[in-house]
Ligand binder design. Sequence first.
Ligand code: C2E
Ligand code: CA
Ligand code: CA
Ligand code: CA
Length: 279
Amino acid sequence: IKSRGRNGVMVYNTLFTDKVLKRSALMSDLNLAITQDQFEMYYQPIVCLKTDTLLGAEALLRWHHPTRGTVAPGEFIAFAEENNLILELSALVFEKCLEDALRFGPHLHKNKPFTLAINVSSQEFFSEDYAQKVTAKLEDFAIAPSMIELEITETYLMRNPHVAVETIGYLRKSGLHIALDDFGTGYSSLNYLKNLPIDKLKIDQSFVRACLESHEDMAIVEAIVTMAKIFGMKVHAEGVETKEQAAVLKNLGCDVCQGYYYAKPLPFEAFITYMKESL
Ligand code: C2E
Ligand code: CA
Ligand code: CA
Ligand code: CA
């Protein structure tokens, strides 16, 4: 090792410093991004499988990094969660979504509901007075709660099932919609699910992707649909990439669909164009 270059002996150290540097660079980049607001929400269409019409959009966060280009949330959401930046980031996301919700207004049909789905992180969901703060913000913006759907995930719900039920109950009573995201990957018991006042299950992409190739995954989708129907919930399949998948999911009784087959997440203006063309 020593013979390799001037600092050959430092190979291990260099790797180590690289990692630390990367972390601290990401930390300062992300802090700066929050102060300078380098974020934008993209919108992915959500489609009704039965009528093939647009029902709404899921807001997905994008970071326009000054040198790295557009960065997807997979690269920084977990980091933000681990480093106490997620609450600030979430506040920014919610604010942006509500601003955009107002911008959607003039493009929407009066008698056709349009729902904007927003992802909620664990720390945000379990933060103090979360539900009250959400409804207060909607009032500030004069946005009907029924236009908003909050996506929470099964995995973190179970960290505090009692608080979760209370928070969801409050949000639902206020008129918001609640979807359980990445369903099938967590551990919620059926008994708990039965009493959860939610509108919809979003079947995790992994099952959707595999359902054409594997009987087991097909069976899982079928079981989720059956259960959701009994509990009075809608079923939403995400990650739909092909016509065949959409057809199979429709046959299995899924209500709602989302994925590259319809459209990728789009910047606001492109989404408006998509919306006009899909009418
Ligand atoms: P998710 O909520 O499960 O979102 C779906 C992800 O799948 C999105 O990735 C979307 O772009 C991608 N996707 C949609 N259709 C397809 C498809 O047909 N094929 C494939 N391969 N992928 C598809 P994205 O935007 O990179 O987001 C990743 C995750 O980051 C999200 O997973 C969500 O957990 C989180 N996230 C995104 N935006 C936000 C946000 O504003 N706040 C919070 N807390 N988390 C967010
Ligand atoms: Ca989601
Ligand atoms: Ca998901
Ligand atoms: Ca996810």
